[in-house]
Design a protein around this ligand. Structure first.
Ligand code: ZN
Length: 172
């Protein structure tokens, strides 16, 4: 397992639409292992493959927030159905939009169909933080970031801030 570097906005790759996985093979499993390791190292609760530069429809998540009892979840080719018309609001952040947070409204529950780590078909009913997190990660597969749900003004302020930070970074 390898900790990969996480792409941050602005970056064109983050805007790419990810491709479906034809078969969950060793290559995909090792990608999922790396993604999980990367997510844990960055203290995140969810990560999409495109965030480490791989345009495949794969998401990993762990909402347990418990270092002893890890509860990794793997979603390959996830599809969301039955979005609740009721909305829930969470303050969201994103490993690709460092140190920025904003309240986002999303359907409060949904069902997700996906393939698991072993390529087996699964269905999940998601509510609360799980529902929000899966929808946030699904957005990544479409090249959408949580800041795209904000007003143009708020979004451009955040992007400006991030671009400025980037231009001050030096990589040695
Ligand atoms: Zn994110």
């Amino acid at each position: 397992m390898t900790v990969k570097s996480i792409l941050t906005e602005p970056n064109k790759l983050l805007r790419r639409v990810s491709k479906s996985v034809e078969k969950v093979d060793k290559e995909e499993q090792s990608l999922m292992d790396d993604m999980l390791e990367t997510m844990y190292a960055a203290n995140g609760i969810g990560l999409a493959a495109i965030q480490i530069g791989v345009p495949k429809r794969i998401i990993v998540m762990d909402l347990s927030r418990d270092k002893e009892k890890k509860e990794p979840r793997y979603f390959v080719n996830p599809v969301i159905q039955n979005k609740n018309s009721e909305k829930a609001t969470y303050e969201e952040g994103c490993l690709s939009v460092p140190n920025q947070f904003a309240e986002i409204d999303r359907p409060s529950s949904c069902d997700v169909q996906y393939l698991d780590y072993y390529g087996k078909k699964q269905t999940l009913h998601a509510e609360g933080l799980l529902a929000t997190c899966i929808q946030h990660e699904m957005d990544h597969l479409e090249g959408i970031l949580f800041i795209d749900h904000l007003s143009k003004l708020k979004k451009s302020m955040i992007i400006k801030k991030l671009s400025k930070l980037k231009s001050n970074q030096i990589v040695i």
